[in-house]
Every structure is written in structure tokens, then in C-alpha cells.
Write a protein that binds this ligand. Structure first.
Ligand code: SF4
Length: 263
């Protein structure tokens, strides 16, 4: 059980979450991301380095090196809740694939303990890395942010080609529980035709069980101040529920997929 000693870097563990997968879940947030999305609500996730962030006027160290065994000791505590609700462990971030050995070992440990696994990820890694993780994963919550490579690059710092290609490969791998998640960001991807383009692509992927439309929110704004960074979305308002319903109807119309607002 050497993989239980694998070390990785996290910045949070949230217990009793009812988002990001089925049932009651423990979410482990891994540090490090290759994108720099302008709307990111977890800016403290982006750098792999351990950082100091001001929280309510006090410095807080963000980032902790921890073994798989130590994480699983926390995850195991809620096993009765997972059993009753169909929940389990979800990896989030950041981008879990930036720490592939750690992510793989965590998912493997959970599966061997009989705990359901999910991973929230935009699939920005060589496909071989993803392929090595899939056998330990029950549900892949995959972000697709935009179908246009230039616009994707303008707002996230990277083009989307690798991620779009990986979505197809993941679908073709036989993964039977693939959820396509779209953060709906005003001025970036909130036009009907932009959401329709993602929905059409999602409908062509085998194994897609659902689409989630995640409305932009500003809950991460204070964290930018705490890190001494500028929040570039200060003037952007979250979409109304009425508008989200319109986008959802458009996504369903072109894809026939089951689609929900929120995660
Ligand atoms: S992919 Fe997610 S964690 Fe990474 S910068 Fe974008 S929103 Fe933040």
C-alpha cells in the first residue's frame, strides 16, 4: 500500500457538501492550475506554491502538504453518510490533473475502501495522465468553457484544443458517467449560440449523462483582495435565474440532454 504514502498539496477539505457529485460528499481541493480564468472563485488554488492570503484582516497560510493516508482518515469519517446518500469523495481544485500521482492515489484509495469517487476537472493534461486515472473514477465532472479557441485563450490564458480533444477521448474510453459543466460567464460565453455550441458538442459524446450550467457568482472577490490581486470581473453582474432558464432551454433543445442549473 505504498500509494497511501503519496504526498500532495491541498488547500482545503470540505465535508458534507451536496454539490459536485451525487449525495453527501467530501471535497478535497488540490492546489495548482494551468488556467487563469478571469472569473475563478478560488484564486488561491491557482498557484502550486504555498501562499499567504489575508482573511478578515488576518494572514492565513494557503496550502498544506499531506499524504493520501492522512486525507483518507478525514474522508472515511463520513462513510455512513456516503452509504445512505450515494455520496463519496470528490477531487476539485485547482486542477487535480496538475498533481496526477496524488490524484490517482487518492481515487484508488477511495475505490479500494468502497467509497464512490468523482473528479471535477477541465481535462487539461496529456491524455495518458487522464487514462491512468479513469479506472479509479466513478464520475467525471468535466468543464467545457467555450468551443472557440481564441475566446477561450483570451479569458483563461490557454486555448481549448487539448481539453476538447480529451473530452472526446474520455467519452470514447467507455466512461459511462460523464457530466459536462459550463460556468456561465457574462461577456464570455453567455450568448445563446455559445451555450448551444457546447451543448451540441456534449450531445455527440458517448457517456454524457448530464449537463450542468453553473451561473457566474462573485463569492471569490474578497480572496483577490486577500492575495493582493486585482479582480477583473468587478463590474460583471451574475446572470438572472430567468436568463439561466432561457439558456437551459436552448441547451436542451439542441442536445436533448438532461440539463440542470447549478452543480
Ligand atoms: S480552471 Fe478552475 S481553478 Fe483553474 S483558473 Fe479556471 S476556474 Fe480557477
Amino acid at each position: 500500500m505504498d500509494y497511501m504514502k503519496t504526498k500532495g498539496r491541498i488547500f482545503d477539505i470540505q465535508r458534507f457538501s451536496i454539490h459536485d457529485g451525487k449525495g453527501i460528499r467530501t471535497i478535497v481541493f488540490l492546489k495548482g492550475c494551468v488556467l487563469r480564468c478571469r472569473w475563478c472563485c478560488n484564486p488561491e488554488s491557482q498557484e502550486y506554491d504555498i501562499q499567504t492570503m489575508m482573511v478578515q484582516g488576518k494572514p492565513k497560510i494557503i496550502g498544506e502538504d499531506i499524504t493520501v493516508r492522512e486525507v483518507m482518515e478525514t474522508v472515511e469519517k463520513d462513510r455512513p453518510y456516503y452509504r445512505r446518500s450515494g455520496g463519496g469523495l470528490t477531487l476539485s481544485g485547482g486542477e487535480s490533473l496538475c498533481q496526477p500521482d496524488f490524484a490517482r492515489a487518492l481515487l484508488r484509495a477511495a475505490k479500494e475502501m468502497g467509497i464512490n469517487t468523482a473528479m471535477e476537472s477541465m481535462g487539461c493534461a496529456p491524455y495518458e495522465v487522464i487514462e491512468s486515472i479513469l479506472p479509479h473514477l466513478d464520475q467525471y465532472l468535466m468543464d467545457i468553457k467555450h468551443m472557440n479557441p481564441e475566446k477561450h485563450k483570451e479569458f483563461t490564458g490557454r486555448s481549448n484544443e487539448l481539453m476538447i480533444e480529451n473530452a472526446k477521448k474520455i467519452a470514447d474510453s467507455g466512461m459511462t458517467n460523464l457530466v459536462i459543466r459550463v460556468p456561465v460567464i457574462p461577456g464570455f460565453n453567455d450568448r445563446t449560440d455559445e451555450i448551444e455550441a457546447i451543448a451540441k458538442y456534449a450531445s455527440q459524446l458517448r457517456g454524457v449523462t448530464k449537463m450542468h450550467l453553473l451561473p457566474y457568482h462573485r463569492l471569490g472577490q474578497d480572496k483577490y483582495d486577500g492575495l493582493g490581486r486585482e479582480y477583473l470581473m468587478r463590474d460583471v453582474l451574475p446572470p438572472s435565474m430567468e436568463y439561466m432558464k432561457k439558456l437551459k432551454a436552448a441547451a436542451v433543445r439542441v442536445s436533448g440532454l438532461d440539463c440542470q442549473i447549478g452543480g
